[in-house]
Design a protein around this ligand. Structure first.
Ligand code: PEP
Ligand code: MG
Length: 578
């Protein structure tokens, strides 16, 4: 078998060697095959079965909604989906196609979906025209039933030698891999700070995204070397290449073992300045990995991941249990729970109808905007966080704030949640700190109200870069423009840290930049003393802190703040890291 290399973007460092396992995505890749006449009846029955399953799923979702405190609109959306599913154009027509064309159920369903979508596109009324999205969502649900999603995975024993290969994965898909132990994974699409990449990193295995056509070129079970540090994948390597990479793998293991000795060492610069190094987590199950590297706290709990990969929404008690587990697990060290940041690339199935139709989701009803538009959902989460605050040092962090009005509205809903709990005699920390994320340039540019109204700030560099440079963080076509060292980005970060310092408001960075050792000294020089990152980066960043002398780096960082010349910025950063 011929050996060849594919290039992409390494989003999680290290080397993986293993066999390819191709993963299908229900909506993107539907197989087309002929079904023998003798099997037609069984194929139709398979289709009927899937439709019935989804009917039941929608009905139970509907039941859960009416019993819970979900807004009435959810029920209406589910009704629409139920009607589409039961309409003969969707429930009957594919049965005929299976019989006439002797094809598989998935293919018949997608063909019929295309016919319907085309009909919807002819409709003049924009509201009705948009209902085609509902048709697609219903079909996706049935396809998932037919295919199983994300497809059958390797048995647990084989996983450690298996590299997952996919065209694209959503953050929700990737989070499902948390219970597995794959050697690595690679996708055709994706950007360096896309949520898919972030979750991939949290699996703590090497990953390469944006390989463009890996899914097409690689065959099931082929031997792969995936080098996340050098952004390359080698397919069918020859013996000498394989031996070389095995050696490199061992060297990396040795380096990791050396770093592990820093676990109990306080992160302190050479000139005696203490720095807090905290962890970003997605689910309570990630806590063990954070504790294992000796974190100073949880700087970002991306709570929205509790809402993904499930039917229905997590109720107040379920959320409370998750938050309390983390608060108690940290035994008094701070836990910053971010209120849910859904929308854009993080879509909860139960909210599909509410968040998906936006023409430009990253700029649409995302994060706090969505929460303020759905105050009942928000209130449920705020109550759960407040209740958990009784069991540890819990803080609340609000994503994507852009204006004073949003801060005021959020604080008013928090006050309402507190009042409700007080009336019910439920304990919570009345002095719970409430912070805001600086992710939108507007927040950094008009920071004074953030400083007066909030207890702390956390800079989300992933989104701050995306919105400053107008570069979609999950689109690999523009990933070359995604530049953390753009002078405008450096300026906004410097302004935010400087402004917070002056007002004596604590400030952290919790975007991916906090975990990049190349950036550690720049951030220290700008005055940052609290970094939050994926636990797998923490010890390397600690090593960098331990070898930094602030008095030496400050003049270089001061020059970086002044220049708008990109080449000079790179040269100065190299000097910082020399
Ligand atoms: C960020 O935007 O930098 C951030 C930390 O939030 P998320 O990556 O979850 O959008
Ligand atoms: Mg963000």
């Amino acid at each position: 078998m011929a050996s060849f290399a594919l290039h992409g973007i390494g989003v999680s460092r290290g080397i993986a060697i293993g066999r390819a396992q191709l993963v299908s995505h229900a909506t993107l890749e539907v197989a087309h095959y002929t079904v023998p006449a003798s099997r037609i009846e069984a194929e139709v029955a398979r289709f009927d079965h899937a439709v019935k399953d989804v009917q039941r799923e929608l009905e139970s979702l509907h039941g859960a909604m009416t019993a819970g405190d979900a807004p009435a609109e959810f029920g209406a959306f589910l009704d629409v989906h139920w009607m589409i599913l039961n309409d003969p154009t969707l429930a009957e027509a594919p049965r005929r196609i299976i019989a006439e064309q002797r094809c598989n159920a998935e293919w018949a369903l997608v063909q019929q979906m295309n016919v319907l979508v085309e009909q919807f596109e002819q409709i003049e009324d924009p509201y009705l025209r948009e209902r085609k999205a509902d048709v697609v969502q219903v079909v996706e649900r049935v396809l998932k039933r037919l295919l199983g999603k994300p497809g059958p995975l390797a048995p647990a024993s084989a996983e450690q030698h298996t590299i997952v290969v996919a065209h694209d994965l959503s953050p929700a898909d990737v989070i499902q891999f948390k219970g597995h132990r794959f050697a690595g994974f690679l996708t055709d699409l994706g950007g360096v700070t896309s949520h898919t990449a972030i979750v991939a990193r949290s699996l703590n295995v090497p990953a390469v995204v944006a390989t463009h056509n890996a899914r097409q070129l690689i065959r099931e079970n082929e031997l792969l070397i995936l080098d996340g540090t050098h952004h390359v994948v080698i397919v069918n390597p020859d013996k000498s290449v394989l031996a070389e990479y095995r050696l490199r793998q061992q060297e990396l293991e040795l380096e990791r073992a050396k770093l592990r000795r820093l676990k109990f060492k306080r992160a302190r610069t050479l000139d005696g300045c203490d720095v807090d190094l905290c962890a970003n987590i997605e689910l309570p199950g990630d806590l063990a990995q954070a504790l294992d590297v000796g974190v100073d706290g949880i700087g970002l709990f991306r709570s929205e991941f509790l809402y993904l990969n499930r039917e229905g929404l997590p109720g107040e008690d379920e959320q409370f249990e998750a938050y309390r587990t983390v608060a108690q697990g940290m035994a008094g060290k701070p836990v910053v729970i971010r209120t849910f940041d859904l929308g854009a690339d993080k879509q909860a199935a139960a909210l599909e109808g509410l968040t998906r139709v936006a023409p430009n989701p990253a700029m649409g009803l995302r994060a706090v905007r969505f929460c303020l538009a759905e105050p009942r959902l928000f209130l449920t989460q705020l109550r759960a966080i407040l209740r958990a605050s009784h069991y540890g040092t819990v803080k609340m962090l609000v994503p994507m704030l852009a204006s004073v009005a949003e801060i005021d509205q959020t604080l008013a809903i928090v006050a309402q949640a507190k009042e409700m709990l007080r009336e019910q005699g439920v304990p919570f920390d009345p002095g719970i700190e409430i912070g805001g994320m600086i992710e939108v340039p507007a927040a950094a540019l008009a920071i004074s109200s953030f400083l007066t109204k909030l207890d702390f700030l956390s800079i989300g560099t992933n989104d701050l870069i995306q919105y400053t440079l107008a570069v979609d963080r999950s689109d690999d076509a523009v990933s070359h423009l995604y530049d953390p060292l753009h002078p405008a980005v450096v300026k906004l970060i410097a302004m935010s840290i400087g402004g917070a310092d002056k007002a004596k408001v604590p400030v952290a960075v919790c975007g991916e930049m906090a975990g990049e050792t190349r950036m550690t000294r720049l951030l220290l020089g700008l005055g940052l003393r609290n970094f939050s990152m994926h636990p797998s980066h923490l010890l390397a960043v600690k090593q960098r802190v331990l070898t930094t002398d602030l008095t030496t780096i400050r003049p270089i960082v001061a020059r970086m703040r002044r220049t708008e010349d990109p080449a000079k910025l790179v040269a100065l950063l190299d000097r910082l890291n020399a």
